[in-house]
Design a protein around this ligand. Sequence first.
Ligand code: GLU
Length: 274
Amino acid sequence: MITRFAPSPTGYLHLGHVLAAQRAFGFAKDAGGTCLLRIEDIDRTRCRPDYTRAIYEDLDWLGFDWPLPARVQSAHLGEYASALDTLKARGLVYPCFFTRRELADIQGDDDVYRGPGIVPDSGAVAAKMAAGEVPAWRLSIAAAKDALGAKFDALSYFEKGARVPANAAVHGDVILARKDIGTSYHLACTHDDALQGVTHVVRGRDLEDLTGLHVLLQTLMGWPVPDYHHHELLMKTAGEKLSKRGGDTSIKSMRETGMTAAQVLDMAMAGQIA
Ligand code: GLU
């Protein structure tokens, strides 16, 4: 069994991450498997090297152990570009130049973009492409349905031994390559789970509604569909999860104020409410 812990270095780790790490590393340990560490730092606008360094330090201090080297996604952008090329060649993605504001004008409050059927935009897109403008690339749910036929509605994955239907279209034609970074969390994450032989994806419930989309991508790309285990989240108050941006106390500062690793691990486990 191979699991992975895949934090994004957009801030210092907090107690929610400690719970997530315990779930991923513990899941592997209980089964005699291995938990990998992956740094999901494709977003150059938000990720910082000092946060990556702090992830290594915090996890090491907490006593977690992973095979070296950790995979650092920013060093593999060419691989995600190749995966995107495969999808382009098969007509499964299309270029899109709409800004958020334009999309809002087109579809009002509905923030799920359901494809170019809404507005015929192919002429304008072709002109921009010819002028060398860089588009975002969106997954075409319509093309995915064509490619998979009846299999599309039967997509599923296993969680705790039960087969769960994969609701693949719920987010519409999602962006698989942002114009500023050339890829996306969805593409890089599913690519790496396949490349790294991850058999069990252990991650928070906040990501559960993306799993159907990830199963669709795996199926389109011919990648294996791992089992999933979505764990509870550590909540500050009911309904409000901890966040790096919310300024919640970092593990780094707990460490620096003299707390022990055992105390921090206990706090993460005791704090869970769901
Ligand atoms: N990098 C993601 C995060 O920090 C987790 C991705 C995943 O586990 O699939 O929220």
